[in-house]
Design a protein around this ligand. Structure first.
Ligand code: F6R
Length: 608
């Protein structure tokens, strides 16, 4: 959502902080700011990208000092404006604060702080927290932060400095990620490992309600009540090259092209062909509960929800167990019924999506066994679930999710087979599906090889402002995903729906030249999809079809065809989504948009 980076050590903080902000910019980018201690606290804030902040710093001269904090923001309270950008500085002691998350009781606190004589210059909850720390400050920043955090409700990851304590940095976390990179006589704190890994591979991930006080050569972690906690230093699994662009122009296309390898990583060591078994260490100890489960509820938002929708089909079709899927944002607030034998599956790339995290807590409180299908190791959802399966697709930096989606589909397929094989599925049947799965990375490579053709076709349509994406069965959620990808990065209005639903109303939208993308691979409903295509064509719609290799007939129905290798329906979304990802990417590039940082979006949404 927003990005935090902070430094204390012997080096100049500014270049390090700016480099860190650039690495975190994908998390939010409507404004940015930096504060450095050098006698006084010097602050520079700007609306817009980190590059704008850099330009401003160049104009305003060097910000010298070896203790500093920096932030890149995605607005929650208050419009993107300089006065609302972080860091916020108090009106008494020279305390500067950056903060991710939301302080829920900020309005009441603000009224009280105004009564105490504080003057506010922004609409943000972060400024309220800054003033609260200021109000409690009596010469000890760590104590003031602990005291303030005992008073607030909500979520936070924060970093604070104070000009009266020039050798101190205080950071804390609850519900929003924060890690402390431990270098040689220096510390780099960040909301995401990508801002740390260039400097050190050793880091401490703070737990909720923990505060960490750092000086230039030591640090201590404590609870909000100042009880010391022994920190656990871990090796970061991230390699620098994983977060570099390399020869690609954008992270999104890099990540689309990484899919053959990311899928290999997802499956590596998890398939036992001889026994037709799936090996999932993360859920092994709950195998009995999973086999006996009476119902699965899959939760997610956005792309993760679309993967979860396919997961519902997979669990019912392969494992023959009732499954349902729900927006995590809706689940929590409708008083859901969790009976004995209910297992919930939280699907999330970041593992930090607030809606999904809250839904997971609700389900656990009501007694459900909770599994996570998560990419980011050690993230909040990964930590708060009872067990889970990591995607292992590597860091996803492009805001539009691509390789995480195919990773989620593979994991949900493996999980369904893990259960199916233990319930009733034969070795032969399971082995056959697994053998096909092992060939998917090579099949994805074949689809990727069509990228230039997909670009050429996209170019012909991408001035159209309204598109439809239609599919049936397993590929109805794929259609939703295709529409989401297109709209979020190219700002074209696109709707996805089950192909049969079109004639119940949306068909009224179809006019001459409207692009309608059909996922029309060979499968049980192929003939019906052909009828739906006819309905569109006869009203002037232009049909672009994703079809099975060898299906030449479809050329009679569709203006343009993207072929995917022949594959059983249950696995087909893994291939069918790839041309849709490429179409969305090319459309955004052709229309001149910033593909990796689409307007109004942020990579991980840590507010409900
Ligand atoms: C779309 C996209 C979002 C996320 C959604 C959930 O490309 O990235 O729709 O899928 O915000 O995020 P995670 O998977 O991190 O829970």
């Amino acid at each position: 959502m927003c990005g935090i980076v902070a430094y204390i050590g012997a080096k100049q903080a500014r270049p390090l902080l700016i480099e860190g902000l650039k690495r975190l910019e994908y998390r939010g980018y409507d404004s940015a700011g930096i504060a450095v201690l050098n006698g006084a606290v010097s602050v520079v804030r700007t609306v817009g990208r980190v590059s704008v902040l850099e330009d401003r710093l160049a104009e305003s001269g060097d910000l010298k000092g070896s203790v500093g904090i920096a932030h890149t923001r995605w607005a929650t309270h208050g419009e993107p404006a300089e006065r609302n950008a972080h860091p916020h500085v108090d009106d008494r002691h020279g305390i500067a604060l950056i903060h991710n998350g939301i302080i829920e009781n900020y309005a009441a606190l603000r009224t009280w702080l105004e009564e105490q004589g504080h003057t506010f210059t922004s609409e943000t909850d972060t400024e309220v927290l800054t003033m609260l720390i200021s109000e409690l400050y009596d010469g000890d920043l760590e104590k003031a932060v602990q005291g303030a955090l005992r008073e607030v409700t909500g979520a936070y990851a924060l970093a604070a400095i104070c000009e009266k304590e020039p050798d101190t940095l205080v950071v804390a976390r609850k519900g929003s990620p924060l890690m402390v990179g431990v270098g040689a006589d220096e510390y780099i704190v960040a909301s995401d490992a990508s801002a740390i890994v260039a400097h050190t591979s050793r880091a401490v991930t703070l737990d909720d309600y923990q505060v960490c006080k750092l000086t230039r050569d030591s640090f201590r972690t404590s609870t909000l009540d100042n009880v010391a906690v022994t920190p656990r230093i871990q090796e970061l699994e991230l390699e620098l090259e994983q977060i570099e662009l390399g020869d690609y122009p954008h992270y999104m296309i890099k990540e689309i092209f990484e899919q053959p390898n990311s899928l290999r990583n997802t499956m590596r060591g998890r398939i036992d062909l001889r026994e037709g078994r799936v090996v999932l260490g993360g859920v092994g100890q709950y195998a009995r509960e999973l086999v006996k489960a009476r119902r699965f509820i899959l939760l997610g938002q956005g792309t993760a929800l679309h993967a979860a929708m396919i997961g519902e089909y997979l669990l019912e079709d392969l494992a023959k167990v009732p499954a349902e899927v729900e927006y995590s944002s809706e689940f929590r607030y409708r008083n859901p019924i969790i009976e004995e034998g209910t297992v919930i599956i939280a699907v999330s790339q970041s593992g930090e999506t607030a809606d999904t995290l809250s839904a997971l807590h609700e389900a656990k409180e009501r007694g459900a066994l909770a599994l996570g299908v998560v990419n980011v190791v050690g993230s909040s959802i990964a930590r708060d679930t009872d067990a889970g399966v990591y995607l292992r697709v590597g860091p996803e930096i492009g805001v539009a999710s691509t390789k995480a989606f195919t990773g989620q589909l593979s994991v949900l397929t493996l999980l369904s087979l893990f259960i199916a094989r233990r319930r009733f599925m034969s070795v032969e049947q399971s082995s056959e599906i697994l053998r096909t799965m092992e060939r998917i990375p090579e099949m994805v490579e074949r689809v990727l090889a069509e990228s230039d053709q997909i670009r050429a076709v996209t170019e012909r349509y991408c001035d159209r402002e309204n598109w439809l994406f239609l599919g049936r069965g397993y590929n109805y959620p794929t259609a939703l995903e295709g529409a989401l990808k297109l709209k979020e990065i190219s700002y074209i209005h696109a709707e996805g729906m089950p192909a049969a639903e079109m004639k119940h109303g949306p068909i009224a939208l179809i006019n001459h030249g409207m692009p309608v993308v059909f996922i029309a691979n060979k499968g049980a409903q192929y003939e019906k999809v052909m009828s739906n295509i006819e309905e569109v064509r006869s009203r002037g719609g232009r049909v672009i079809a994703v079809a099975t290799e060898g299906d030449t007939d479809i050329k009679r129905y569709a203006e343009d065809v993207f072929y995917i290798p022949e594959i059983p329906e249950a696995l087909s979304p893994l291939l069918a989504v790839v041309p849709l990802q490429l179409m969305a990417y090319h459309a955004a590039v052709i229309r001149g948009h910033d593909v990796d940082k689409p307007r109004n979006l942020a990579k991980s949404v840590t507010v409900e």
